[in-house]
Write a protein that binds this ligand. Structure first.
Ligand SMILES: [Fe+2]
Ligand SMILES: [Fe+2]
Length: 203
């Protein structure tokens, strides 16, 4: 007990732990309150849900646009429809952002991801070489996308850089673009490994 000064009668020693126990119980209750029942905690949850709503609403609007739906008539990655691929990339990018806790522009992510392959041709039917297609289709997709949606700096960067590092000068310059370039590679690899699917790939 060296270094600790005991003040008052010995009985006080038993009172201190009791106070600590009460304080601990109070702290635990306070912690529980901030979890789900606390109004402030609920507001955080609502905010998260609203972000998802914003993303999926923007995605649904694009999917219902007949000009965007034209991608359903074109295939890539073992015959998978381009529309389903773009949707899978958008959803996977958003889930990655949620998992990483990244604050993102939901609308820019939905638009950029949904239009990242809006080049509107079948590479094999048009007999376009693999390397030429890999390097050139982002620029064409961007030109086409500008005709169907209002694109900001982020959306343009998402579309233009999604093939990086195949296009070394087109570097992803925002979180949304990094998410899409990674999600695109993951989804393409998954589509190649699974083969053709009748419906868009489940994510
Ligand atoms: Fe692409
Ligand atoms: Fe893609």
């Amino acid at each position: 007990m060296q270094g600790k000064k005991r003040i008052g009668p010995p009985g006080l020693v038993h009172i201190i732990p009791l106070d600590r126990k009460r304080k601990k119980a109070h702290d635990t209750a306070a912690h529980k309150n901030t979890d789900r029942s606390d109004p402030a905690g609920k507001r955080v949850e609502d905010l998260k849900r609203n972000d998802e709503q914003l993303f999926y609403r923007a995605l649904a609007e694009l999917e219902q646009n007949p000009l965007v739906r034209r991608m359903d008539g074109f295939t890539q990655h073992r015959g998978n429809a381009t529309l389903g691929h773009c949707r899978a990339v958008a959803v996977f990018s958003f889930r990655m952002a949620q998992r990483l806790g990244w604050d993102i522009d939901e609308k820019a992510l939905a638009t950029g991801a949904m239009l990242h392959d809006y080049y509107l041709y079948n590479r094999k039917k048009e007999r376009i070489g693999g390397v030429r297609h890999l390097c050139n289709h982002p620029a064409l997709a961007l030109r086409n996308a500008e005709r169907v949606a209002v694109l900001g700096r982020k959306e343009r960067n998402i579309i233009r850089s999604h093939m990086w590092p195949m296009t070394p000068l087109q570097l992803p310059r925002c979180r949304e673009a990094w998410l899409v370039t990674l999600a695109d590679k993951y989804c393409a690899a998954r589509e190649f490994s699974r083969g053709k699917r009748r419906k868009g790939p489940a994510v």
